[in-house]
Design a protein around this ligand. Structure first.
Ligand SMILES: Cc1cc2nc3c(=O)[nH]c(=O)nc-3n(C[C@H](O)[C@H](O)[C@H](O)COP(=O)(O)O)c2cc1C
Length: 208
């Protein structure tokens, strides 16, 4: 009996930190904080497909983000088809042929990623917030899986407003009333950029 109790106590010690938080870790340092601090926008990717299970896991982490009254007024579309990615890129290059020449590693308009996750939201006061929270969940989940991401606003306008890109947008099959908010480029990183500075003076304690 004594042995069983000691075993139970030992397993509680081993299990508790992973359930309840970073009990044994230095205060202010844990894997979540490390992921937040070390994630970077990636704009150069390896020529390596991302397994669909991982893309799905990332999207699933997205829809587990907090959202207003759990209305889930978002839709997510994952695309890893070269025909789609290269097709939209072709439309982009017709408008801006110099873009490829400017960038020696240019592969496509989605910051060279082999896959994209497109997020649309319905009309609503909180939809942008919901979609934004979903995005960071996905980027951190991707980072934890060894994947790089870049949130993209640029290609949204191309997809939504360029008549030649419209068939690609329609292929995403968003429901009536939903509009594309942003696209996440995702893939295995082929660069490790330095952190971009943040202005800490934006944070203030208020002495009241
Ligand atoms: C809403 C939004 C739109 C963005 N659009 C683009 C884009 O079109 N192209 C791009 O290269 N990066 C884009 N970014 C990435 C930002 O440039 C990047 O997050 C910022 O420079 C900070 O760098 P970091 O993500 O490495 O910390 C976008 C980010 C957000 C949140």
């Amino acid at each position: 009996m004594k042995q069983i109790l000691s075993l139970l106590a030992l397993s509680a010690i081993l299990i508790l930190p992973s359930c309840g938080g970073a009990v044994s870790q230095k205060e202010g340092e844990n894997e979540v904080i490390s992921a937040i601090m070390n994630r970077r926008s990636i704009r150069k990717y390896q020529d390596k497909a991302v397994p669909r299970e991982l893309l799905e896991k990332v999207a699933e982490c997205g829809i587990h983000a907090p959202n207003a009254v759990n209305a889930q007024r978002w839709e997510v579309r994952i695309v890893d088809s070269p025909a789609f990615i290269d097709g939209v890129t072709q439309v982009f290059l017709e408008e801006a042929p110099e873009a490829a020449a400017r960038n020696s590693f240019f592969k496509n308009v989605f910051r060279n990623a082999p896959a994209i996750i497109c997020v649309a939201g319905a009309e609503g006061r909180f939809t942008d917030i919901d979609c934004g929270l979903m995005g960071e969940n996905m980027m951190l989940a991707a980072y934890s899986l060894g994947l790089g991401t870049c949130c993209l606003g640029g290609p949204v306008d191309l997809l939504v407003n360029n008549p030649k890109a419209r068939p690609f947008y329609d292929a995403l099959q968003f429901s009536e009333g939903y509009t594309l908010r942003y696209i996440l480029a995702i893939g295995y990183p082929d660069e490790a950029p330095e952190a971009k500075a943040r202005d800490k003076s934006k944070i203030q304690f208020i002495e009241y």
